[in-house]
Design a protein around this ligand. Structure first.
Ligand SMILES: [Zn+2]
Ligand SMILES: [Zn+2]
Length: 255
């Protein structure tokens, strides 16, 4: 989660949401999402953030990225962090020192209030009714639930916090498609550039054209590297603008 530009510090407890994963067959534990090397949360107790930087300070610090990250609107989570199919949404309370950011908060203390698993089955997308324990715990429907699947009441008893199937189902990632689309835009730009050379334009325009092809290529590479659907969408819009401007330029040269 990248959050920049601290705005404010607040002092009262704050209800917020974050992604996590529940892993482990024999002793299931709640882990920070996507980071397999990081320690599990002891989710039954309020936890205090620790900064892992050398010569650490009290977490969270304005100059650092430490602390418990969370957002106050559940629907904004996929905008700030990559969403995987096996993620669960934790409803938490942040306390102690809390630093507010443009896109969320970093807190000193975190208490897990509830665990919201995806509302649909991970296999068939029907309404989820059970949790399937495994290396990563997943929502499943009655038909897809295997041996050892637990219902909501049992899961609530196992984890000691309210478990429900109320998190939005993750969307399938379009990253590959969006990457192909990004590079196709570059190809289109190059076709434009080839047409431009046919009418032997002034050198200045060739340089401008080359610059725009380079910008589009840069955006395509950034699209391939980006983990956030929203950033990939913005980069496609910027590429479209570049393509539009080059076509306008081409028309201008042609006349
Ligand atoms: Zn720190
Ligand atoms: Zn199913």
């Amino acid at each position: 989660m990248s959050m920049t530009l601290p705005i404010d510090e607040i002092d009262e407890p704050l209800r917020a949401y974050k992604f996590a994963e529940v892993r482990g067959t024999t002793r299931p534990q709640v882990h920070p999402s996507g980071k397999f090397w990081r320690r599990a949360y002891d989710h039954r107790e309020p936890a205090t953030a620790v900064c892992h930087r050398r010569g650490g300070h009290a977490a969270p610090s304005v100059e650092c990225s430490c602390g418990f990250h969370a957002v106050t609107e559940m629907h904004t989570l996929p905008d700030v962090t990559e969403h995987h199919e096996h993620m669960v949404v934790l409803e938490v309370e942040l306390g102690g020192t809390v630093i507010e950011h443009e896109q969320g908060y970093r807190g000193e203390q975190q208490t897990v209030l509830a665990m919201r698993f995806p509302e649909t089955c991970t296999h068939c997308r029907r309404q989820a009714t059970h949790l399937q324990p495994g290396r990563v715990w997943r929502s499943v429907c009655t038909d897809c639930s295997g041996r050892r699947a637990v219902n909501r009441a049992d899961a609530t008893a196992i984890f000691g916090v309210d478990v429900s199937f109320t998190a939005p189902a993750p969307k399938k990632s379009q990253r590959v498609l969006e990457t192909v689309r990004g590079f196709s835009m570059v190809v289109l730009m190059m076709v434009c550039a080839m047409f431009a050379t046919k009418v032997s334009p002034p050198l200045a325009l060739v340089v401008v054209f080359g610059g725009m092809v380079a910008v589009s290529l840069g955006l395509a590479i950034a699209t391939a590297a980006s983990r956030l659907p929203r950033s990939r969408e913005s980069m496609f819009i910027l590429q479209s603008v570049t393509l539009f401007l080059s076509s306008m330029l081409l028309i201008a040269i042609g006349h």
